[in-house]
Design a protein around this ligand. Structure first.
Ligand SMILES: *[C@@H]1O[C@H](CO)[C@@H](O)[C@H](O)[C@H]1NC(C)=O
Ligand SMILES: *[C@@H]1O[C@H](CO)[C@@H](O)[C@H](O)[C@H]1NC(C)=O
Ligand SMILES: *[C@@H]1O[C@H](CO)[C@@H](O)[C@H](O)[C@H]1NC(C)=O
Ligand SMILES: *[C@@H]1O[C@H](CO)[C@@H](O)[C@H](O)[C@H]1NC(C)=O
Ligand SMILES: CC(=O)N[C@H]1CO[C@H](CO)[C@@H](O)[C@@H]1O
Length: 500
């Protein structure tokens, strides 16, 4: 007798602002850092939609200062000069077209939104749409903002302030960036109009840059003035935007993440730090049997979780011990754990190669971003890493979509760095971060049959290009993961990508 195996659709019960409103069956987003809008639209159609990605976090969309003195660094996009939708990634028409094309293939767009501040003080004064600023006057005529729209008196956040003085963290300048006063009705209106314009173009939500540097009460007013998501783009009626606030909190600062979770979701920086440490050999994987709030993490439904982001992959913003594409075996292990485990709303990082932490995206001599090229083997060229196109990573996105909201069951470990667990009867994953082989018969919880490991290869017709795992009548299977294998993970699931 054959039993039809269906992957569970993700069921999401979330409060306002904490629901990404993914299309049915999708569960993870990717940050296409510094990508151009036309390229993202194409990537949605040719790769992200078909591969089951739920969404894309895009780089800031509004006009920023061009900082030639640092050869157009990536961080110039965190220095707004107006709310016009023109950046190196493209113009408003291109942005609108991207959002429509991505939504059409089931991929949502989340905008990295910068409204804590405007620019710093530079020798340059011109933005990506030609707007100018006069720093000594706090003058940004293209909004327009003037002196009274910024915090008075002017002050700069010191390192000590983070540990003593929440008011200074919120009222003073972050790295000398002109600090907007969100208590002002006029300032709130500019921000709300900007965000509502993006909602009208079909976005599904926002990352709130530097949220810890703003007062929760002001943010609450701003969020509640946002429109519902656009039903024209397929969102259910009455849907609130997904909002995840950047609050770096390792537990000992004056500003706490807990002040922000009543409003919306929060970036969980402890998540990537603990997993990076463990996959780097500085903690044992066996301890992750109770991964979640027992470790001091946010409630799962409050958390936007990730291994690395665009800041900490450069050693800033809580970086230092963070795995990135530069240590691929350990990094793929950590990403696979993130995607295999039910915790949070995971986000995959997609990078360009860099050695200089300031370096902007691949660009030509005029400062125009150069597109990623796509190689026949699916990888990217022209200086782009495209972690989301690594088969071990997009394979685990499909795994996560398949296992849905099942729990972790049948945890196994060897008291060290060999672990394995089931996700209901939908998926099974094993890790070996010890320097000896894993060779065990383990409970996979999957129905009797043959499965292709999606890490060492995949399914090709009726055979596997990598390991083939035969699950017996009792759900058990022989699992071998050698210490010297290319990857430290083995994963099988009930979906079409894995089941023979
Ligand atoms: C900024 O404004 C001041 C005062 O009006 C003026 O003297 C100065 O030239 C302006 N700077 C720029 C770069 O426009
Ligand atoms: C959002 O939709 C709900 C339910 O339809 C409605 O009550 C509310 O007024 C809408 N909010 C906005 C800001 O349009
Ligand atoms: C997962 O476990 C929780 C807590 O034990 C339980 O409430 C929930 O129903 C389980 N979910 C599934 C899909 O079995
Ligand atoms: C795994 O263990 C079995 C039983 O001890 C042994 O026969 C087999 O050779 C081992 N396989 C590998 C690849 O080490
Ligand atoms: C519980 C368990 O399987 N422990 C194993 C961990 O790994 C070492 C080395 O392979 C084995 O000796 C243990 O039996």
């Amino acid at each position: 007798m054959f039993r039809l195996i269906l992957c569970l659709a993700a069921l999401t019960v979330a409060l306002a602002y904490k629901n990404p409103h993914y299309a049915s069956g999708r569960t993870a987003m990717v940050h296409l850092f510094e990508w151009k809008w036309d390229d993202i639209a194409a990537e949605c159609e040719r790769f992200l939609g078909p591969r089951g990605f739920g969404g894309v976090q895009v780089s800031p969309v509004n006009e920023n200062l061009e900082i030639w003195s640092f050869q157009r660094p990536w961080w110039e996009r965190y220095q707004p000069i107006s709310y016009r939708l023109i950046t190196r990634s493209g113009n408003e028409q291109q942005f609108a077209s991207m959002v429509r094309r991505c939504n059409n293939v089931g991929v949502r767009i989340y905008v990295d939104t910068v409204f804590n501040h405007m620019t710093g003080t530079w020798n340059e004064h011109t933005g990506t749409d030609g707007s100018t600023a006069n720093y000594s006057q706090w003058s940004y005529p293209s909004v327009p903002y003037g002196r009274n729209d910024f915090n008075i008196p002017q002050c700069v956040i010191s390192g000590d302030d983070y540990y003593c003085c929440a008011d200074r963290v919120r009222n003073c300048e972050l790295n000398g960036l002109k600090d907007l006063y969100q208590g002002s009705e006029y300032v709130r209106t500019q921000i709300v109009n900007f965000m509502n314009h993006l909602i009208s173009l079909g976005v599904a939500g926002f990352r709130i840059d530097a949220a810890k540097h703003m007062w929760p009460g002001d943010l609450s007013v701003i969020y509640d003035r946002l429109h519902n998501l656009s039903t024209t783009y397929g969102f259910p009626s009455g849907a609130r935007p997904f909002i995840y606030q950047e609050v770096i909190d390792f537990g000992y600062e004056a500003v706490s993440r807990d002040e922000y979770t009543p409003l919306a979701a929060v970036t969980e920086f402890k998540f990537g730090r603990e997993l990076s440490r463990a996959f780097n050999g500085k903690n044992r994987l066996r301890w992750f049997y109770n991964w979640g709030t027992s470790w001091g993490l946010l409630a799962s439904s409050d958390a936007l979780n990730f291994i690395d982001n665009h800041d900490n992959q450069r050693g800033s913003g809580g970086g230092g011990d963070i795995l990135t594409y530069k240590q691929p075996k350990q990094y793929k292990g950590a990403i696979a754990f993130m995607l295999a485990h039910p915790y949070g709303w995971p986000r995959v990082m997609s990078s360009y190669a860099f050695t200089n932490n300031d370096a902007g995206p691949p660009m030509d001599s005029s400062g125009n971003t150069v597109s990623a090229s796509i190689n026949p083997d699916n990888s990217c060229g022209n200086g782009w890493i495209c972690e989301h196109r690594w088969s071990q990573i997009y394979g685990m996105v499909a795994f996560r979509n398949c296992v849905g909201n099942t729990n972790v069951t049948n945890w196994w470990d060897n008291n060290s760095n060999q672990i394995a667990f089931c996700r209901g009867n939908q998926g099974f994953v094993a890790f070996n971060n010890d320097n000896w082989d894993l060779n065990q018969t383990l409970q996979t919880c999957l129905p009797t049959g043959s499965y292709c490991d999606i890490i060492s290869g995949g399914k090709s017709g009726n055979s596997c290009t990598g390991k083939r795992i035969n699950v017996g009548w009792d759900g058990r299977a022989s699992i071998i993961l050698g210490a010297n294998e290319y990857d430290m993970v083995l994963a099988i699931h009930a979906g079409i990508e894995s089941r023979l």
